[in-house]
Design a protein around this ligand. Structure first.
Ligand code: ADP
Length: 272
């Protein structure tokens, strides 16, 4: 009878093994599908700039030799398009890196107030036609979260840049941060064109732009927010949007706060 019990166990274990093996295959299949989709998206996005450059080179070949105006224009346009492509490639690299962030900086700690002050100060200096205000009344100065400073800066820059890019005549941005129980809320509020309800769920998808042609003019690839979301998630945070079309948008990032002890531990680990 002991043998039968053993067999019974073995059968159970085998079944468990089969189940987890199947799950693993599913995960791998999903991963392969995602990669395929990504490659498809990327090819699609690169097709436009390449076609534009090709068009200009054709013009150059046909008329550029005799017409200095066409010569100058085609060269200029091709250079611009090449720059745009470089920017796109950089953003695509950022996107793939953002998924493995925590592996790179597992013990990074940032003081939120310091980073916010630095970034808003810098942005205000560059965009002098904007009024950029910073409200940290509800944020204790010593508040710390688990994130690499460069990444918190990058996140703020993406959101502030968007607020500026999609602004209308009210050139104003409000950045605010506050502590609510065990979470830090960082809010970037603009008074620009806003985003309709149906678009709000899509803007975090890679390559998604509300108005493809117009955002292209503004230099947008539709990657900023998907990079932002990957980054925020890799640090156990969330990012969301609230917006009314024609009135403006509010982007909200929420991160868990580190206790003094937790922050201390991470710092020690980072140094060792
Ligand atoms: P992009 O580089 O095109 O700005 P993002 O991923 O940052 O890409 O944003 C995706 C799209 O969401 C933008 O193309 C734009 O249509 C919309 N969007 C993002 N931020 C704002 C904002 N602050 N106000 C209005 N629309 C926005």
């Amino acid at each position: 009878s002991t043998v039968r019990i053993k067999d019974f166990h073995r059968h159970d274990e085998l079944q468990e093994l089969a189940v987890s093996f199947n799950q693993m295959l599913d995960r791998m299949q999903r991963y392969i599908d995602q990669q395929k989709e990504f490659v498809g998206d990327v090819s699609h996005e690169l097709r436009t700039p390449v076609a534009v450059i090709e068009g200009h080179l054709n013009m150059l070949e046909r008329w550029g030799k005799d017409d200095p105006e066409i010569l100058a224009e085609s060269i200029n346009a091709s250079l611009q398009e090449a720059k745009r492509m470089q920017h796109l490639i950089q953003e695509m690299l950022d996107l793939t890196r953002a998924e493995q962030i925590n592996v790179q900086y597992p013990n990074a700690v940032s003081r939120v107030a310091d980073v916010l002050r630095r970034v808003t100060g810098n942005m205000a200096m560059v965009h002098t036609d904007f009024t950029i205000s910073l409200d940290m009344d509800d944020l204790p100065l010593e508040t710390e979260i688990q994130i690499y400073q460069g990444h918190l800066e990058q996140l703020l820059v993406v959101l502030i840049d968007n607020g500026i890019k999609y602004s209308t005549d009210r050139k104003e941005l409000n950045i605010s941060a506050g502590l609510d129980q065990n979470e830090v809320h960082i809010i970037v509020q603009d008074y620009g064109e806003g985003i309709s309800k149906s678009e709000q769920s899509k803007i975090f998808n890679r390559f998604y732009r509300v108005d493809k042609a117009r955002t292209r003019e503004k230099g947008g690839n539709g990657l900023g927010l998907s990079i932002a979301q990957k980054l925020v998630t890799s640090y156990h945070g969330t990012i969301s949007v609230e917006s009314v079309e024609g009135q403006g948008s509010q982007f909200i990032m929420i991160f868990p706060v580190l206790s003094k002890v937790q922050a201390q531990k991470l710092r020690q680990r980072e140094q060792s």
